[in-house]
Design a protein around this ligand. Structure first.
Ligand code: NAD
Length: 343
């Protein structure tokens, strides 16, 4: 059982769920976060309230906050000292920001992940790192069929043996793939118990999704606020979306089973949803059609990804539980309860 955990990016969306998950299990939890406002400044939300929301929530459930940067190795190692697990969710997670500011991207995602792995090696702590399904690149776009509402593909699921970085890639592809490779390096060379989780589209409460990343929350927030929302591309882009707590279960399964390596983590074939289908669900929940604009697809976009989660099922004995309709309803309740944060 985890007794004390360091969660980098702990005040972000996924990190806050990891913190909550381990507090509920009685562990001591440190949320290590630089509290960057870079992406929030682009959303139109009430930036300071949005930025502090997760931190205040975590303080309220007894999480210790360390306001610091993953690029600062000494501070990171200091905070990791005495922990028995590190979950590394801190990142520059947006493709758009990566091409606008490639230095921020490489520093946060490559140096940050390297520092986390070094801390884990020196302190002999197991570590879970967040990669993304974008490490596969976007040549998959050339293999798709199209139905009325979504892109499809045969076979449906894509596993960890699929070639990586194919197609036209961005700095984010490179930085997240580098982190993913370094996890393997630390496992192969230093025997660090490290896993890289290639995550699909995630959604849930405490997600301040904007146009840069977090599309389910972005659409949900905009539909509740009655703001127009933009779809880049046809809207037929499809993902096996996964609710944040299902990912926390996967991180914890890795801590218990200690089977290092790379895992595709998503909801699998049962949770596939396109952007257009997500809009339909939001309309059903809200009783009103969101005001949707269309713009051309963006550089680097991936039109389809559904994880083949057989490896995680087999090795980690893990199974995602939450279905899209159920998860989106929870997200929408949270948005409605917190309307003042958004504008
Ligand atoms: N949200 C998704 O749909 C999705 C999909 C695939 C992969 N991922 C990955 O999951 C992880 C978590 O994503 P998220 O959606 O929760 O992102 P998020 O932006 O909500 O959270 C990231 C947190 O990291 C913090 N951070 C950024 N730079 C930092 C630094 N230099 N030092 C310390 N903290 C820093 C931010 O302040 C933020 O609180 C990321 O690695 C991301 O790439 C997310």
């Amino acid at each position: 059982m985890v007794k004390k955990v360091l969660v980098t990016g702990g005040c972000g969306f996924l990190g806050s769920h990891v913190c909550e998950f381990y507090r509920q299990k009685g562990a001591e939890v440190i949320a290590y976060d630089s509290m960057t406002k870079g992406e929030l400044n682009r959303t139109g939300f009430a930036v300071d309230s949005a930025r502090d929301h997760n931190m205040n929530y975590l303080k309220g459930i007894g999480v210790e906050i360390a306001r610091a940067d993953v690029c600062n190795f000494e501070e990171l190692a200091d905070n990791a000292n005495g922990c028995d697990y590190i979950v590394h969710t801190a990142a520059q997670p947006a493709m758009t920001i990566s091409w606008e500011d490639p230095r921020l991207d490489i520093n946060t995602n490559v140096i940050g992940t390297f520092n986390v792995l070094e801390a884990a090696r020196k302190l002999k702590i197991p570590v879970a790192c967040c990669a993304t399904i974008h490490v596969y690149g976007n040549k998959i776009n050339e293999t798709l069929k199209e139905t009325e509402k979504r892109y499809t593909r045969e076979p449906v699921g894509i596993d960890e043996t699929h070639p990586t970085l194919e197609g036209k890639i961005t700095p984010l592809h490179a930085s997240k793939a580098a982190g993913d490779i370094y996890v393997k390096v630390y496992n192969d060379t230093y025997n660090v118990d490290a896993a890289s989780f290639r995550l699909t589209g995630i959604y849930g409460t405490r997600q301040f999704g904007g146009e840069d990343h977090g599309w389910v929350a972005n659409f949900g927030i905009r539909s509740v606020m009655d703001w127009p929302l933009t779809i880049f591309g046809t809207g037929k882009q499809a993902r096996d979306i996964i609710y944040a707590t299902d990912i926390c279960e996967a991180f914890d399964a890795f801590y218990r089973t200690r089977k290092p390596g790379i895992y595709n983590i998503g909801g699998g074939e049962d949770t596939v949803l396109s952007l257009l289908e997500c809009i339909d669900i939001l309309e059903e929940i809200n009783g009103q059609k969101p005001n949707v604009k269309f713009e051309p697809a963006r550089h680097g976009d991936l039109s389809y990804f559904v994880c083949d989660i057989s490896k995680a099922r087999r090795e980690l004995n893990w199974e995602p539980k939450i279905k899209p309709r159920q998860g989106i309803e929870k997200l929408m309740e949270w948005i409605k309860e917190n309307k003042s944060i958004f504008g």
